[in-house]
Design a protein around this ligand. Structure first.
Ligand code: ADP
Ligand code: MG
Length: 247
């Protein structure tokens, strides 16, 4: 497998707080990579650095072999690297289909394109992907009327509208009813195998990430503490100590 994302010695400070210190990790094309670590260990910050939400203070970030370190989020998204957030970002008063159409345009055409009518192909693809996440029956409902878990699924489908090569998912199962988690995990896996989307997933639920990820990186205090296949990381004493240390 070739390297799709190559994070090299990235450092990010917020004032006096060193949120990430010399963090390196790779994501290979076609895999599901996991990112774990106690609260405050710098996981979300790393996503922000990769996706162009803020400038980094050191290191480099290569996507498909080219540096994206100095790019902002829009040009990074156009190259096929997208993220979702811990808090969902949908338009409550619009329908699911409308949210899907807007997601496609924000990434591709900027805000002005929102004024043009929605092309039929976009609507068709929106319907297909809403079906993929199990929301086809809700396509004409207000997004604000969905349960929190359904809103997460909608947000996932919105990201897929842009045909990402790499999707960064920040705690996709957080706040979701445990009975719905397996369905979501199944969708993530199918996006990987059937739609060919490479995934980098932040997840606090150990059972979930050990099942889902092919390889896992663990952060603690802004640094890489351990990495390897789930079995290795699960049995790494440093990882256990890091989690027990905050519990
Ligand atoms: P995680 O996602 O692993 O819980 P974060 O990346 O959110 O961790 O936070 C890492 C550290 O950086 C924390 O100490 C947090 O308080 C700090 N931090 C994150 N974002 C900001 C910000 N915008 N301004 C100041 N400090 C921040
Ligand atoms: Mg976080």
């Amino acid at each position: 497998m070739s390297v799709l994302l190559d994070v090299q010695n990235v450092t990010k400070r917020f004032g006096g707080v060193v949120a990430n210190e010399e963090v390196s990790l790779t994501v290979k094309r076609g895999e599901i990579a996991g990112l774990i670590g106690p609260n405050g260990s710098g996981k979300t910050t790393l996503f922000g650095s990769i996706a162009g939400a803020h400038a980094v203070d050191g290191g480099d970030i290569l996507f498909e072999g080219r540096s994206i370190r100095h790019l902002r989020s829009a040009p990074i998204a156009r190259r096929g690297l997208l993220r979702t957030y811990q808090q969902t970002r949908i338009y409550d008063d619009m329908t699911c289909t409308e949210n899907m159409a807007i997601s496609a345009r924000e990434a591709q055409g900027g805000l002005l394109s929102l004024l043009r009518p929605v092309p039929r192909a976009t609507n068709a693809r929106a319907g297909d992907l809403l079906g993929f996440v199990g929301l086809y029956e809700k396509r004409d409902d207000r997004a604000g009327s969905l349960s929190f878990g359904q809103q997460k699924l909608l947000e996932f489908a919105m990201a897929l509208m842009n045909e990402p090569k790499l999707l960064l998912l920040d705690e996709p199962t957080a706040g979701i009813n445990p009975t719905l988690i397996n369905g979501l995990i199944d969708r993530l896996r199918r996006a990987n195998t059937e739609l060919g989307v490479t995934l980098l997933v932040i997840e606090h639920n150990m059972r979930v990430i050990m099942n889902l990820a092919h390889r896992i990186t663990c952060l603690a205090h802004g640094r890489v503490l351990a990495e390897g296949v789930p079995e290795e990381v699960r049995n790494d004493k440093r990882v256990l100590d890091a989690y027990l240390g905050v519990a």
